[in-house]
Design a protein around this ligand. Structure first.
Ligand code: SIN
Length: 279
């Protein structure tokens, strides 16, 4: 293990941090360790001007951790490790257009994603990121006490399964799948890389808080969801080709805005494998 070097990082409003003057292709091992720790600590780290080929992106992602292939996203023809997050000029629905954190329906949810902008619309197509450390920290002491010991069920079927949400949002090819995992995780986790507590429920995949009646579960989840998207915890990132974000799914939510109808947007996403989560 090398000693992490100091990264030149600028804290951003709401959520995340941005690197300055770094070409990830030439990062040494200490810098890779520092990037990984920055992702754990800040939830999302942004990079500009990364003219990476698919092979470069895969090689860089592998240095951060093992890659896991998303079950549902279309893949880049030659590189199955790279999911294509694409919207054409004629499509109406986008991918990821609602608050979520990736793979929370898995028993060991993905650690994070490395998203590289390949082609961006002239205006629009930003992504929102919300800080789940801040969301947890700012809960009232009463709410924190209420969440102790609670676990929630996360599911993929209502999004990616037969008649899943993508069927009705203009991207039917993303639904109709049969491999549809679900998992139970603590509502508040201790992040395995930072040791900080984070709120770990999300509006897209979390279905219920286990053991509460349906109404109480819905009401508690709705309160948490409304709290978590306070603008104080949200950063809006504008992409241009070569921008790259690496987010930590255990510490953030994200939301791809769909406000660029008639224009093309292509992002290359690599997902990094995670570990089971604990309170
Ligand atoms: C995603 O949810 O992975 C897509 C994010 C984006 O396209 O901005």
């Amino acid at each position: 293990m090398t000693t992490p070097t100091a990264l030149d990082l600028e804290r951003l409003t709401g959520c995340g941090a941005k690197t300055r003057g770094l070409d990830v292709r030439s990062a040494d091992d200490a810098t890779i360790d520092a990037i990984r720790q920055a992702i754990f600590d800040h939830g999302v780290v942004f990079f500009e001007g990364q003219t990476l080929t698919p092979d470069d992106q895969i090689a860089f992602a592998r240095r951060l951790g093992p890659i896991v292939i998303n079950r549902y996203f279309p893949k880049t023809e030659q590189w199955p490790e790279i999911a294509k997050v694409e919207k054409t000029e004629t499509q109406t629905g986008n991918i990821g257009g609602g608050w979520h954190t990736d793979h929370s329906y898995d028993a060991a949810p993905a650690m994070g994603s490395v998203l590289l902008a390949v082609q961006t619309p002239p205006v629009g197509g930003d992504t929102l990121f919300a800080d789940m450390y801040a969301a947890y920290d700012t809960l009232s002491p009463e709410m924190k006490a209420r969440l102790v010991g609670l676990v929630a069920r996360h599911s993929s079927a209502h999004i990616f399964g037969e008649r899943g949400a993508y069927t009705h949002s203009g991207r039917p090819e993303m639904a109709g799948n049969i491999d549809l995992p679900e998992a139970v995780h603590p509502v508040v986790i201790t992040h395995p890389g930072s040791g900080k507590k984070a709120l770990y429920v999300n509006p897209t995949f979390t279905r219920e808080i286990v053991g509460l009646d349906a109404e109480e579960s819905r009401s508690l989840l709705d309160q948490l969801f409304a709290h978590a998207i306070n603008p104080r915890f949200v950063h809006r990132f504008s992409w241009s080709p070569g921008s790259m974000a690496i987010w930590d799914n255990r510490a953030t939510w994200h939301y791809a805005l769909n406000d660029y109808q008639g224009h093309y947007r292509l992002m290359h996403r690599i997902t990094l494998d995670g570990v089971p989560l604990a309170a």
